[in-house]
Design a protein around this ligand. Structure first.
Ligand code: SAM
Length: 216
């Protein structure tokens, strides 16, 4: 893992990731990933039957078709340009029951402006691999706060790409004390994790300190 990068996530995603991201979304791998992700969420949402779902880091709304049957859907991203595209996509997909989309640039990237215990499912699809290692512990605390059910993570199976600012985090250690992992497997070079929220009372000292989570 590299920690010496000059990476400003807000600027980077405001310009939609640049040429390497475009090449990625046009690749054959990407089509395979999207098919597998759709099957994963169809099964998971069928099982959990969430009333409220957050698409955290929804970007331009590529996962929006997956949430059509969820009564209350929210999409959140820090990049305004992404949310503008997402809004058009949302209106195309479910105009009769719009999703609630929020672009928010709070000072801290680890603040997520929703009420405590609001969501049955928080989905983070290809988001955490782009979050700085120094920020992910606090961000997971925040997602724990707003989640009352499950966190579903799709990320890259061990993979690092300096040009595309991808980080290989230690998810087992990061989730410990915050969420209980109920599923964790690799498929088509991606990692799928489903984790159940742990109540605050069982957290405290158990969460791994930041220093233990940053590898060189
Ligand atoms: C690779 S895109 C994935 C978009 C979408 N989930 C998908 O699968 O197509 C990563 C997105 O995560 C967003 N993101 C990264 N860190 C974030 C944070 N701390 N808060 C909100 N959004 C964030 C970026 O702005 C970007 O739109």
């Amino acid at each position: 893992m590299h920690t010496d990068i000059e990476y400003d996530p807000d600027n980077y995603w405001e310009t939609r990731g640049g040429p390497s991201y475009k090449a990625y979304t046009e690749s054959r791998d990407y089509q395979i990933y999207r098919g597998a992700q759709a099957a994963f969420f169809e099964e998971l949402l069928g099982r959990l039957q969430p009333q409220r779902l957050l698409d955290f880091g929804c970007g331009s709304g590529k996962s929006f078709p997956l949430w059509c049957d969820v009564p209350e859907v929210h999409g959140y991203d820090r990049a305004r340009s992404q949310i503008e595209v997402a809004r058009a996509e949302m209106l195309r997909i479910r105009p009769e029951r719009p999703y609630n989309l929020m672009h928010c640039l709070t000072d801290s990237r680890t603040e997520v402006p929703y009420d405590d215990d609001y969501f049955d499912v928080v989905a983070a699809v290809e988001v955490f691999l782009h979050v700085l290692p120094t920020e992910l512990p606090a961000l997971l605390d925040e997602l724990n706060r707003i989640c009352r059910g499950h966190l579903a993570i799709i990320t890259a199976a061990p993979f690092e790409n300096r040009a595309a600012h991808c980080f290989n985090h230690d998810y087992q250690a990061l989730l410990k004390g915050r969420f209980d992992i109920v599923d964790d497997y690799n498929l088509h070079k991606q990692r799928y994790i489903v984790a159940r929220k742990l109540p605050l009372t069982t957290r405290g000292e158990q969460t791994a300190p930041l220093a233990d989570l940053i590898t060189q």
